[in-house]
Design a protein around this ligand. Structure first.
Ligand code: GAL
Length: 700
């Protein structure tokens, strides 16, 4: 039997955890569950996530007896607790007594209880009841020694982020008063002289409920901002109660994922004591593994580069996609270690035991319906042993020389109504750029626009449609000071008020890129264009002219034959590329390969079709290489050191079997990218020792 050293330093090593919805099981099962958790080396368990109806069965009547028992049981077994405030789903008595807390959709219809998260983020009645519950929970368990972490609500905004009821309307108006100060400023920002929308006072403003025609885009994007802030305010209110009673860290689980975009996590992250994410493979996407890597890198960005928690993932199938695929043998381990490779110091699952009833009865779990004599359970034990072997990796960080800029506000603004093409979707474009970098074997940070970029050799700006003056200036200055950037189409078009930057596209980056476009020429579905260099592209072209840039590639056909499609410009000390179309995957990879080389970026791994990932974590006097082989062929990777799991020496070449992951502590410590890029440029050592070209050779 494997048992993790649960008595040791609780913060040491990589923790393995899960949600435990004990309320779904009779008491006879609890002791067996905890014994099995010990077998599996589970050391962090989330409880009371959906506990409200159990701990407050009737208004103001609290019953903590079962939760007390479970917490004691876990504590006696040395398992730390990630304690939910329990407020994520209101009990039926609350929605019956106060139906006004129910969320209202954009069409004005009320959503019924019967699922989960049936509450309006701006409802003062809900807030009052939720905080009363948190007060009780925090008072009771605030100084309990088993509490390692507080888990506020659950996936805030998963279902209820955009609520259009009267309480939200009132809160939205108050938010607008704070943002704009005067109705004139709001009228200006939303461009309300259009379609006779001018407001005489804030009292006339409504949430952007469904209308007969297209809605005001400034109002739509502000409603997204407001809604993100409203839930953040709820988080803060719960956290404030917890902090009055407890010194344990507080967090909530983010949803950095492909299908949820409700919250601007750049504004949330600084308020978390530890950044935690829930991630589920999305089989609706073309390359789910690349999306997982992207989400992990973005979560690390939210954590400011520091280690973060994977709060939820699944051992196998979920229950909420149209087709819920199981994970093949080894895939759960690979997914888990990809998160660790990219900075996670905890690997937690939803959930401990597969439910026998309820909407999630076909969702996988650590203990499957079939019990423990299963391949799934054996893989859980293998993961546990592996994480034990990786304990010394905890606390180290990932180093990257490339940054990909990511913005929720740009996502909202890009995917709005009334745009040049409904098929230009923000996340698709970000994913395409990220996928290409990953295929090149290059590790990237995913960071907010406005981040200090000086430490990066190359910055990729995919589809940054909405960008503030300051953030655009930061990117332009980065290039002028010697940085390298690749900007892709539909970037720099509007300011934060969704107002077009006049004078030609891509407004904010026109000068830095040395190009100007006078008109967009999106393509119909199924149409593609060919470039003179041989690449194909879909979705988008634009009538582009180079002002100072050199033309790297042109359209050979399509609506704009002979017009530039890819350009490169020398701007100040730096180099900037513009990609004016949606290149196919190989074309984008080839272009980024040239940019990566030109910038002197060092790859961490080999080029592949995306089936091989090599990521390094480093800290102090040690560095670790994770080699993840998603493919069906064995591979070899050059590295010297010691395999952390087997303990074997790796004398220079590491064999990684098909579908396997290996982690090596390197003999000579590698800590890439520790000096700021500007220092390199000033020292005249740009790209030193790299296969990339010098700046002169590059532009020759
Ligand atoms: C998350 C949620 C969990 C569970 C899981 C299923 O959205 O936090 O409670 O529903 O998804 O995949």
């Amino acid at each position: 039997m494997h048992t993790r050293d649960v008595e040791g330093d609780p913060m040491a090593g990589i923790s393995l955890g899960c949600d435990y919805n004990f309320e779904q099981w009779p008491p006879e099962v609890w002791a067996e569950d905890v014994a099995l958790m010990r077998t599996a080396g589970i050391d962090l368990v989330a409880v009371n996530i959906f506990g409200w109806a159990s701990i407050e069965p009737r208004p103001g009547e609290y019953d903590f007896s079962t939760l007390d028992t479970i917490i004691a049981l876990l504590h006696d077994n040395g398992i730390r607790i990630n304690l939910g405030t329990g407020t994520s789903s209101p009990p039926p008595w609350l929605t019956t007594r106060h139906p006004e807390i129910l969320p209202v959709a954009a069409d004005g219809t009320t959503r019924s209880p019967g699922g989960r998260q049936a509450w309006c983020p701006s409802s003062p009645v809900f807030r009052e009841h939720a905080l009363a519950l948190v007060e009780q929970v925090a008072r009771r368990y605030g100084d309990h020694p088993a509490i390692a972490l507080w888990h506020v609500s659950n996936e805030l905004g998963c279902h209820n982020a955009l609520c259009y009821d009267e309480a939200s309307a009132e809160a939205f108006r108050a938010w607008l008063v704070r943002r704009y100060g005067s109705i004139d400023a709001l009228n200006q920002a939303w461009g309300t002289s259009f379609w006779s929308q001018r407001y005489a006072g804030f009292a006339e403003v409504q949430p952007p409920r469904l209308a007969l025609s297209l809605r005001n885009p400034g109002q739509l994007v502000d409603f997204q901002r407001f809604s993100s802030d409203a839930l953040l305010e709820h988080y803060r209110a719960e956290a404030a109660v917890l902090r009055r009673h407890s010194s344990a860290p507080v967090t909530t689980n983010f949803m950095v994922t492909a299908h949820i975009r409700a919250l601007d996590y750049w504004s949330w992250a600084p308020e978390m004591d530890v950044v935690a994410n829930d991630h589920y493979l999305d089989h609706r996407l073309g390359d789910p593994d690349a999306e997982l890597s992207f989400a992990a890198d973005l979560t690390r960005g939210l954590a400011g580069g520091r280690p973060w928690m994977l709060m939820e993932q699944s051992t196998g199938a979920v229950n909420w996609q149209p087709y819920n695929l199981a994970k093949v043998p080894g895939q759960m381990l690979r997914n888990s270690l990809t998160h660790v490779a990219r900075g996670a110091d905890s690997v937690c699952f939803f959930q401990w035991r597969a439910s026998a009833q309820g909407a999630e009865k076909f969702h996988s779990a650590l203990v499957p319906h079939a019990g423990t004599d299963t391949a799934g359970w054996r893989e859980v034990l293998e993961l546990s042993a592996t994480l034990d072997a990786l304990a010394e990796v905890a606390g180290t960080t990932v180093r990257a020389e490339v940054a990909v800029l990511f913005s929720w506000q740009s996502w909202w603004a890009t995917d709005t109504e009334a745009r040049p093409s409904q098929d230009v979707r923000y996340l698709d474009q970000v994913h395409a750029a990220y996928r290409a970098v990953r295929r090149l074997g290059v590790t990237a940070d995913v960071v907010a626009p406005g981040t200090d970029l000086s430490r990066y050799r190359l910055v990729i700006v995919p589809c940054l449609h909405m960008v503030s003056d300051e953030d655009a200036a930061a990117i332009n200055t980065y290039v002028a000071d010697g940085g390298h950037a690749v900007v892709t189409f539909y970037s720099g078009i509007v300011d934060l008020a969704d107002r077009v930057r006049l004078g030609g596209y891509p407004g904010a980056f026109r000068e830095m890129l040395g190009v100007v476009a006078e008109e967009f020429f999106p393509l119909l579905p199924g149409h593609q264009v060919t470039l003179t260099g041989g690449a194909t592209a879909t979705l988008w072209t634009e009538h582009l002219r180079a002002t100072t840039a050199e033309i790297v590639d042109r359209y050979a056909d399509g609506p704009l034959p002979g017009v530039p499609a890819v350009t490169r410009n020398s701007h100040g000390q730096g180099t900037s590329w513009y990609v004016a179309t949606a290149l196919d995957d190989d074309g984008l990879r080839d272009l980024l390969r040239a940019a990566v080389r030109g910038a002197g970026v060092r790859a961490t791994g080999p080029e592949s079709d995306g089936s091989v990932e090599v990521v390094r974590r480093a800290g102090g006097d040690r560095s670790y290489v994770f080699v993840i082989n998603h493919g069906r062929q064995d591979i070899e990777h050059p590295v010297t050191g010691r395999d952390l799991v087997t303990g074997e020496a790796v004398p220079g070449l590491l064999k990684v079997g098909a579908g396997a992951v290996r982690v090596v502590r390197e003999e000579s410590v590698m800590t890439d990218c520790t000096e700021p890029r500007s220092a390199r440029v000033r020292g005249g050592r740009d790209g030193e020792g790299q296969e990339g070209m010098t700046r002169e050779a590059e532009s020759a």
